[in-house]
Design a protein around this ligand. Structure first.
Ligand SMILES: [Zn+2]
Length: 216
């Protein structure tokens, strides 16, 4: 149990994918704002753009790029920013606003399934990697070939669901002031980080509002 200012939080369950916490004395509006911010505004990293250099597979470019865009990436949001918040001003981006991957595969005499692990990062030391290497992307028939450049960028769930960091639900123990927040991560960020980021965003919004009101 952790408490302060008439509020208390108890950790009910936790593992690397999910977290269940009980709030006491936290107003419903605040708890619900945290839940909503987790879903829509906590930043994560996913494929924002794909450049198709070659694709002779049976899959159209649109479906191929859509499939790749749904792969979650372990997100380093301490060292990366969304393109519109970056100071580089470059359309191609810099190391703070883009992580580049190349995906090149060709089937020989046998069919070949291409997986997320076949994507090769431009910077071999990047920590921004697919959450799972076992996501099948496309199956190539003998002789078929793909070559793509993949751009992973920071985004938010409100822009596209591919950036949604996980699910968050809030429910009330009947007749009490206790509320339970359950957070499950898709792997972009740790569950605790998802909650802390949502609180940080809420703080920022409230500060901005105070700033605007001061100027009225
Ligand atoms: Zn940049």
């Amino acid at each position: 149990m952790s408490s302060g200012e008439g509020m208390a939080v108890e950790l009910l369950e936790s593992d690397d994918k999910s977290m269940k916490v009980e709030f006491r004395g936290v107003p419903l509006a605040v708890a619900n704002a945290i839940r909503r911010l987790i879903i829509s505004e906590v930043p994560t990293m996913a494929v924002e753009e794909v450049l198709v250099i070659e694709n002779t597979s049976g899959m159209t470019n649109e479906i191929l790029t859509h499939r790749i865009s749904l792969i979650p990436f372990v997100s380093d949001i301490d060292h990366h920013v969304p393109p519109d918040e970056c100071t580089c001003g470059s359309k191609l981006g810099c190391e703070r606003c883009v992580v580049r991957y190349v995906l090149k595969a060709e089937a020989g005499d046998q069919p070949l399934t291409v997986y997320s692990r076949d994507m090769v990062p431009e910077n071999p030391n990047t920590t921004v990697v697919p959450v799972s290497g076992n996501v099948p992307i496309v199956k190539l028939a003998p002789g078929e070939k793909i070559e793509l450049e993949v751009y992973v960028r920071v985004g938010r769930g409100k822009m596209h669901a591919k950036w949604q960091p996980g699910i968050a639900t809030l429910y009330e123990s009947k007749g009490t002031e206790k509320r339970i927040l359950f957070v499950e991560s898709f792997g972009f960020l740790e569950p605790k980080r998802m909650i802390l980021e949502a609180i940080k965003i809420l703080n920022k919004k409230v500060s901005e509002l105070a700033h605007v009101i001061r100027g009225v």
